[in-house]
Design a protein around this ligand. Structure first.
Ligand SMILES: [Zn+2]
Length: 578
């Protein structure tokens, strides 16, 4: 008994010591978890037939789960001592539960099947964390999980394959070898010959491990899952509240000005980095059309636009709705540009070359669904990365739309979405810079061509008023980091923004046009597209719009200090200065 107590004390102090060496701090309150680990371990061990096998099984399970700590130390995500204790104890509780169950299963085949299942679940968690680290050199985060959920399986597979390559094979081999080892070692774990009381005590130990598991479930690995559920809930809520938003818009919101007649066009680009556009000073001629257009008196090229996030869904959710980083509106209550335009009497059209994901997933399809007319030219819904057409087909599709008296057309391009070489026809293979960069630049060149065709077409319509183009986010093409919040850098948010106005609009809106010209160098984040588009269209409602967020308004607030990205987590000022 005395010896056991000493062992418990030894394990407790040992764990505490190791954690202190790693963390250089102690969280006194949470050390209780470590003490419980030590007590449960020694007590469970007491009931095992071959103690060495139990220790081996525990060591293997803990080794696997605790390898996740290495990722946390390799990535610059701050961690506290209590987080270490919590996850350590969670891992222990999980292993202890699995081992007790394995030990009491009498039949060897049942034992094997159980270990295989339990081991696979533990391994899956470990593999996901390590796999993401190998692919992105970052700690797994909610945004990555959400992006994976919103991505179809073909794209996810192709992405993993592109990013991990050989490492994927190593991981699969490791997975198989570890499972084999787990089965081999854990199946040897069995309980001693026990009396009825012995079984009751073991049951109590099992239950206590369960309590420990629940108490430590608020740890840094499981929290990713919990936060993802919250995110998803918010998106689902957005879809669910559609009718309520429309009802609210009709009943409670006063639209002071119903907007101007004419056709307004909003083009959402994809992954376009302005630093790779010659119109913004890139050394290769990737945007010959825009280079010329920059000096056209009807065109305004904005120099300091940034994206409000670095991934498509979060950006468009804010850009196309009343919600932005600077207000406190709940996303699910935030009316969309389409909904407001309709309420103001506009005919609305949504024209997209993006894959139309399952409507459960993203608010983009919910926003688009409100449009009077929708054209999705990408028929490969949900199954593949392919598109049927290059973006130019969207321009052809405009022929199916009869320009109305009062109309808003939104076009969603495939732009420079990964894989870049699939975004342009062979005739645009102009830049041969090694690897990705050449392909990316070709996609920018093709985008320039598409935009020239698009503007030519809409500007020829008699009642065309204006076109606004912005990219959802940028792409960290030079560092090869794509667009990932976990490895955030400023070049993921450097987006192009330009606007073209018909002379008729300029005459009717002389002050706004002059404001916009003056705002050429102002800072802007694309979650303010909602307010800015409403301003340009002449729709106003004191309940929905704020002139401080409308780039075309007299009162636009262009103070650099206020601008944020990553949903308010990063200050633009801080990253610009670096
Ligand atoms: Zn995107």
């Amino acid at each position: 008994m005395k010896r056991n107590l000493l062992m418990i004390l030894g394990i407790y102090l040992g764990l505490l010591g190791v954690c202190y060496l790693g963390m250089h701090e102690i969280s006194p309150r949470h050390t209780v978890f470590l003490l419980v680990d030590a007590i449960l371990f020694m007590s469970t061990l007491h009931y095992m037939d071959d103690k060495r096998q139990f220790i081996k099984g525990m060591a293997l399970g803990m080794g696997l789960l605790c390898s996740i700590f290495i990722i946390r130390f390799l990535t610059p995500v701050e961690m506290k001592a209590w987080e270490v204790y919590t996850f350590l104890s969670f891992s222990f509780a999980l292993c202890n539960i699995l081992l007790i169950l394995t030990a009491v299963i009498p039949h060897i085949y049942l034992k094997r099947a159980f270990v295989l299942l339990g081991g696979a679940i533990v391994l899956l968690v470990v593999i996901i964390c390590w796999g993401y680290y190998f692919s992105e050199h970052a700690w797994l985060n909610v945004e990555a999980v959400m992006a994976a959920l919103q991505t179809n399986s073909a794209e996810a597979f192709s992405y993993v394959h592109d990013r991990t390559g050989f490492m994927a094979l190593v991981l699969i081999f490791f997975l198989a070898a570890t499972l084999f080892l787990l089965v081999k070692i854990m199946c040897k774990v069995s309980v001693r010959k026990l009396s009825a009381t012995g079984y009751v005590v073991l049951l109590v130990l099992f239950a206590l491990s369960g309590v420990l598991l629940v108490r430590t479930s608020d740890n840094f690995v499981l929290s990713i899952y919990e936060e993802t559920k919250d995110y998803q809930r918010e998106y689902d809520e957005y879809a669910r509240q559609r009718e309520e938003r429309q009802h609210n818009l009709a009943q409670n919101v006063t639209i002071d000005s119903q907007g101007q007649d004419g056709v307004f066009v909003l083009v959402i680009g994809e992954s376009e980095n302005r630093d790779h556009m010659s119109a913004y000073g890139y050394n290769l001629e990737t945007t010959p059309w825009l280079d010329k257009m920059a000096s056209d008196p009807n065109m305004i090229l904005f120099q300091n636009a940034y994206s409000c996030h670095v991934q498509t869904v979060p950006v468009i959710t804010y850009a196309m709705t009343e919600k932005n980083q600077y207000n406190t509106v709940d996303l699910e209550k935030a009316v969309s540009l389409i909904e407001v335009a309709k309420a103001a009497g506009y005919e609305t059209v949504w024209l997209s070359n993006q894959v139309r994901y399952g409507s459960w997933g993203t608010p983009i399809s919910v926003i688009a669904d409100a449009a009077d007319k929708q054209i999705w030219i990408n028929s490969h819904q949900g199954n593949t990365l392919d598109t049927d057409y290059y973006d130019e087909e969207l321009v052809n599709k405009l022929d199916e739309i009869k320009p109305g008296k009062k109309m808003l057309i939104v076009l969603h391009l495939m732009g420079s979405h990964i894989s870049y070489q699939d975004r342009y026809p062979a005739s645009f293979e102009k830049f041969m810079t090694d690897g990705n960069t050449g392909e990316y630049d070709n996609s920018v060149l093709y985008n320039d061509f598409v935009m020239s065709k698009l503007l030519d077409k809409v500007a020829s319509w008699q009642n065309f008023k204006g076109l606004v183009y912005f990219s959802d986010h940028s792409e960290a093409i030079d560092s090869g980091k794509s667009h990932n919040p976990a490895t955030f850098s400023l070049d993921m948010t450097n987006i192009p923004l330009y606007m073209y106005f018909a002379p008729t609009w300029q005459q009717d809106n002389a002050q706004r046009f002059s404001n916009l010209r003056q705002a050429k160098d102002y800072y802007f984040t694309n979650d303010l597209i909602f307010d800015t588009m409403l301003g340009i269209m002449g729709i106003s409602s004191s309940q929905l719009t704020d002139s401080a967020n409308d780039l075309s308004a007299d009162g636009y607030n262009h103070d650099l200090a206020r601008f944020k990205t990553l949903y308010g987590k990063k200050s633009i000022q801080d990253v610009v200065k670096k």
